[in-house]
Design a protein around this ligand. Sequence first.
Ligand SMILES: [Zn+2]
Length: 107
Amino acid sequence: MMRIIKNDTVKVISGNHTGKVGKVLKVFPKTNRIIVEKVALVKRHRKPRSQTDQGGILEKESSIHISNVLLVCPKCSQPSRTKFGTLADGKKVRVCKSCEEMVLAGE
Ligand SMILES: [Zn+2]
């Protein structure tokens, strides 16, 4: 299980985008990188594809490393470190280190 998963809200704590908050759109577990909505935008030039298509500049998120972000806990609203806990039925869950509440996926 990843520390950060899709639909989490995260806060960037280091790198060029420090302080930005956004929703996780995509996670790349192999490289430990994530794409966060409106963070690390890069401009891509798009060529016109037809006579009516002007082309232009498209802004798109690029990935950032998971170590540069903290999960914003949906329970206490703090950017928090998480630990893993195990429920009685053996299911693994993430637990917020600030408020000790479980953080479920996609909340
Ligand atoms: Zn919390």
